[in-house]
Design a binder for this molecule. Structure first.
Ligand code: MN
Ligand code: MN
Length: 277
C-alpha cells in the first residue's frame, strides 16, 4: 500500500473567495452562479484532495464564502467592495484564489493585489484580450478589465495566452500598453523561463476549447486543452501570489464537465502556490 505523502504547507492557508458578479457581461448572464457550482464539483467525492504532484491541497484551502454584492451593471460600489475584500485577505498574508463571476472581477482584484505586490506579472489565459477601451459604455465591462488595470498601473507585465479573437482595436490597445499577446496557434512560442514573480494568474475558461469547457457564455472554437493549461500552471515561478477562475456559466454546462475543469484548475493552482512560496 502506498502511504500518503504529508501535506506540504508553506505559509498561511490559501483563501478561496466567491465573487458572484456577472452584471457586466455583454452577451449572456449566469456566471454569478459559478462559485457554488465549482465548490460542489471540488467536494463531489469523484476525486481525492491531492494534486497531480501528490500535494493534498484541499485541507489547505480556507473557503471564506461569497461576497454579498448588489450585482448591478457598472457598479463602482460593487467594484470597491471586491477590492476591499481582497485587500482584507491579502493583509493577513493569505494568497487568494477568487472564483467568478465574469472577467469584470479581475480589475478590482488587481487593484488590491497591486497594493501588496509591486512589479506584478499577470499571466492571462483567455480567448479574448479583454482590452477594450470602451465596450457598451460600461467602463467595468468584462471586455475591459485589463484596459482598466493597465491604466491604473496595476502590473509591470501582462502575458496573454490562448487569444484567438482579437479586433484591430485590441491589437492597438496591446501595442499601447506593451501587452504580450500570444495566440492559441502560437502557444509553443510562450517562454515561461522569462517569467519573474510575483505572479498573478487569471483563467477565463473560454480560453480552453469549448469541447472541453462548454460551460461558458462565449464559445470560441480552437482553444487550449486542459493539459496545456495545466502545463502553464506548472511553469509559473514563485512567488505565486494570487489567481482567479472566471466566466464559468453553469447554465451553459454539460453534465457539470466545465465545473470539474474549474475544480481541477483550482486544485492545481493551489498546489503550485504551495510549492512556489
Ligand atoms: Mn476574459
Ligand atoms: Mn474570454
Amino acid at each position: 500500500m502506498v502511504s500518503a505523502r504529508p501535506t506540504r504547507s508553506v505559509g498561511p492557508p490559501i483563501a478561496v473567495l466567491g465573487i458572484p458578479w456577472d452584471a457586466n457581461s455583454s452577451h449572456r448572464f449566469g456566471c454569478a452562479a459559478a462559485p457554488g457550482a465549482i465548490r460542489a464539483a471540488l467536494h463531489s467525492g469523484s476525486g481525492n484532495d491531492a494534486t497531480e504532484h501528490g500535494v493534498h491541497v484541499v485541507p489547505e484551502l480556507r473557503d471564506v464564502g461569497d461576497l454579498d454584492l448588489a450585482n448591478e451593471r457598472a457598479s463602482t460600489a460593487d467594484a470597491d467592495a471586491i477590492t476591499a475584500a481582497l485587500d482584507e485577505q491579502l493583509a493577513t498574508g493569505r494568497r487568494v484564489i477568487s472564483l467568478g463571476g465574469d472577467h469584470a472581477i479581475t480589475y478590482p482584484i488587481l487593484r488590491a493585489v497591486a497594493r501588496h505586490h509591486s512589479d506584478l506579472t499577470v499571466v492571462h489565459i483567455d480567448a479574448h484580450p479583454d482590452l477594450y477601451d470602451d465596450f457598451d459604455d460600461n467602463p467595468l465591462s468584462h471586455a475591459s478589465p485589463f484596459a482598466r488595470a493597465l491604466e491604473d498601473g496595476c502590473m509591470a507585465r501582462l502575458v496573454q495566452l490562448g487569444i484567438r479573437t482579437a479586433t484591430q482595436h485590441s491589437f492597438e490597445q496591446a501595442e499601447r500598453f506593451g501587452v504580450e499577446m500570444i495566440g492559441a496557434r502560437d502557444l509553443a512560442s510562450f517562454d515561461a523561463s522569462t517569467l519573474r514573480g510575483p505572479i498573478y494568474l487569471t483563467v477565463d475558461l473560454d480560453g480552453l476549447d469549448p469541447a472541453v469547457a462548454p460551460g461558458v457564455s462565449h464559445h470560441e472554437p480552437g482553444g487550449l486543452t486542459v493539459r496545456e493549461v495545466l502545463d502553464v500552471i506548472d511553469t509559473l515561478p514563485g512567488p505565486f501570489v494570487g489567481a482567479d477562475i472566471v466566466e464559468y456559466n453553469p447554465s451553459r454546462d454539460v453534465v457539470e464537465m466545465t465545473a470539474m475543469v474549474a475544480a481541477k484548475l483550482l486544485k492545481e493552482i493551489a498546489g503550485r502556490m504551495l510549492s512556489t512560496a
